[in-house]
Design a protein. Structure first.
Length: 86
């Protein structure tokens, strides 16, 4: 993993994006020596999104199973999403 400061990034943005796109390398962008953001390959973001969807789906199924087992009525999807901070 490569680390670059914000000031340095201004001069190297093309190289950083190329490293992510073609080299599949992740770059941590630092501000005042502390991690602030990252440039990552698009495949990493796509994977994160799939994982998030799967976790949400699993949480909704678990909630429905708990309610069925407890013989409690269902709750609106909006309430479930609010509980999961979605």
């Amino acid at each position: 993993m490569y680390h670059v400061g914000v000031t340095e990034l201004r001069c190297e943005i093309g190289a950083v994006v190329s490293k992510a796109e073609f080299g599949k390398e992740r770059t941590i962008i630092e501000r005042r020596g502390k991690p602030a953001a990252a440039v990552v390959p698009i495949e990493d973001i796509e994977l994160l999104e799939r994982i998030e969807e799967q976790l949400v789906d699993e949480a909704l199924v678990e909630e429905a199973e708990r309610r069925l087992a407890a013989k409690r009525p269902g709750i609106p999807l909006a309430e479930v999403k609010a509980r999961l901070s979605l």
